[in-house]
Design a protein around this ligand. Structure first.
Ligand code: ZN
Length: 151
């Protein structure tokens, strides 16, 4: 587990410094704002769906390193996937973070996202890590100019 923890630190730092897909999508089919009042994380997820597939996904906003790196990794993870696959990823990610410490999770499905498994040792940070995913979920539901809050 300590390897995963080291990898977690590395990924957070790296994605916080150089977030992937940190931009707007002009012709987005959905755009949803997410807010985590506990930490002050605020981000907007842009989504372009065509033919039941995520053609493009991006985010903008500001927040702590965990929320930003999680959003960055979320966009990389769902890019090019079908809407159904993206929803399954959301569920697997949420389940991983709501499970008890040391409980098994779907590491195969989650891939690199498994580095966030250690976050459930820090309950206050779980909302930081899941904010982008809840926002994505709302955007997948077809929310144009919608918004979600973790509270
Ligand atoms: Zn945060």
């Amino acid at each position: 587990m300590s390897d995963l923890r080291e990898l977690y630190q590395e990924m957070i730092l790296e994605h916080n410094k150089q977030p992937r897909n940190f931009r707007e999508i002009q012709d987005a089919t959905a755009r949803t704002e997410g807010f985590n009042p506990l930490c002050g994380d605020r981000l907007t997820v842009y989504l372009k769906i065509a033919g039941g597939r995520v053609k493009d996904v991006s985010f903008k906003g500001s927040g702590c390193a965990i929320s930003k790196s999680s959003a960055s990794m979320m966009t990389a993870a769902v890019m090019g996937r079908t809407v159904k696959e993206a929803e399954h990823l959301f569920q697997a990610f949420r389940d991983m973070l709501s499970s008890k410490k040391g409980a098994p999770f779907d590491a195969e499905r989650l891939g690199k996202l498994a580095v966030f498994s250690g976050v459930n040792e820090y309950p206050a940070r779980i909302k930081c890590a899941t904010l982008a995913w809840h926002t994505l979920r709302a955007a997948l539901d077809g929310g144009t100019d919608g918004s979600v809050s973790t509270e």
